[in-house]
Design a protein around this ligand. Structure first.
Ligand SMILES: Cc1ncc(COP(=O)(O)O)c(C=O)c1O
Length: 409
């Protein structure tokens, strides 16, 4: 019997598959090395409940109303001041609060891309960004990363070649220069400067996704690309990693003409004004730097535990870059390994990870896996990595000798 959906066609631009290749996990004792989630015990719960009470009492009637205006000015001022710490100078009319930085990515795609336009990304890249660009019906071209981030030299060669042969130049380059997701790498200062020069010479935008920049474990500082070429950068950041992702609040900083365009696309008025009021109340007098220092201490310890566990469980079967910040360790296996082949086995054994393929425009990242150290406990990290190694070595044994679990060596 046919259903209404058999007779109906959805818009062609809707992607065929979800952006992320993570396993759906149902077991309660499952260890989620896949989840890029914040550590729940570090949410400022008590301060938030006081802030929520005050915000509702003081601003509830206004905040619950439709709001065509930009939400509480205090948030914009907080973003303005905090950005200054990172060298970013912006007027208030250059800042827009977004529904997380994911909405910032989506707005950038919708502002800049017509179907068939070109966007260049890192390989690997953030799966939701890839999905946004697919939905915008863009042509996505990928450039590899190494220990120093995006291979700007290869990008420059491609631009030269495009210029010589009259081929399309990208409308923008989407990059995560600092503590890349999933690669964990950071773009060197020299490459930052070169990329900024290229944006100017070839007339493209850079969408700079800076979601993890506050989680700086090493203390080394890198200038946001925005500080190098502000008129060419759409800078995105988020409260997700520093307060809590459930807020769904982030921000965009760009030239005010870009922000005006973004506002035109942002139907439904200002984003979550009610939530913004609560956040504004929290940030007022909040010891933010102390809070960030706590996050850094915790996440850097978690990173160390995971790095050690990976080294001792996998030995030289994997390589990875030790991230100086952020949430992730990106494992590279031997060329023959297809991590999708043991994703399900690992899940059955009680551990989830994200399959490398999800991070590649053409899904070619089969020998990679992303592990996240932010959400689980140290004990779970060690146990999870051990289980993952068991799943991997069983897969290797099966691949090499064709043996099943019932036929031990
Ligand atoms: C690089 C990057 N950008 C954006 C996001 C999404 O952030 P938000 O919760 O602000 O939408 C994430 C979350 O994992 C991320 O890793």
């Amino acid at each position: 019997m046919s259903t209404p959906f058999d007779l109906f066609s959805f818009a062609k631009r809707i992607p065929a598959t979800p952006s992320i290749g993570s396993t759906t996990v149902t077991k309660p004792d499952h260890i989620h090395l896949s989840f890029g989630f914040a550590a729940p015990h570090l949410f400022p719960i008590e301060q938030l409940s006081r802030a929520a009470y005050e915000a509702v009492a003081q601003h509830g009637r206004k905040a619950l109303q439709y709001s065509g205006s930009g939400g509480p000015r205090k948030i914009l001022e907080w973003i303005q001041n905090r950005s200054l710490v990172h060298g970013i100078k912006a007027e208030l009319n250059q800042i827009m609060v977004t529904y997380g930085s994911t909405q910032g990515i989506d707005l950038a795609a919708r502002m800049l891309l017509d179907p068939g336009d070109h966007v260049w990304v890192e390989s690997p890249s953030f799966f939701s960004a890839l999905q946004a660009f697919r939905t915008a019906e863009a042509v996505i071209t990928s450039f590899p990363i190494d220990e120093d981030g995006l291979r700007v030299d290869l990008l420059e060669n491609a631009l030269l070649e495009a210029g010589r042969n009259n081929k399309p130049i990208p409308k923008f380059i989407y990059t995560m220069p600092t503590y890349h997701n999933p690669g964990g790498v950071t773009l060197s200062n020299e490459r930052r400067r070169r990329l900024a020069q290229l944006a100017e010479t070839y007339n493209f935008f850079i969408v700079e996704d800076d979601a993890y920049s506050e989680l700086n474990f090493s203390g080394r500082k890198f200038p946001p690309l925005y500080t190098l070429i502000p008129e060419r950068v759409i800078y995105l950041n988020t409260f997700s990693k520093i307060i809590g992702p459930g807020l769904r609040l982030g921000w965009m900083i760009a030239d005010k003409r870009v922000i005006e365009k973004a506002r035109l696309l942002n139907l439904g008025g200002s984003i979550g004004v009610f939530t913004q009021e609560i956040l504004a109340q929290l940030l007022d007098g909040f010891a933010f730097q102390e809070h960030v220092d706590q996050l850094i201490l915790h996440y850097s310890e978690q990173r160390d535990v995971m790095a050690e566990a990976v080294q001792s469980s996998f030995g030289d079967h994997v390589t990875f870059h030790l991230p100086e910040g952020g949430f992730y360790i990106w494992l590279q296996f031997g060329k023959h390994v297809n991590t999708s082949d043991f994703l399900r086995d690992a899940a059955e054994m009680g551990v989830s990870f994200v399959d490398g393929k999800s991070f590649f425009a053409k899904q070619e990242g089969y020998p990679y896996a992303r592990l996240c150290f932010s959400y689980v406990s140290e004990e779970q990290i060690v146990r999870g990595v051990n289980i993952l190694a068991d799943a991997y070595f069983a897969y290797e044994e099966q691949r090499l000798f064709g043996l099943t679990k019932q036929q031990p060596l």
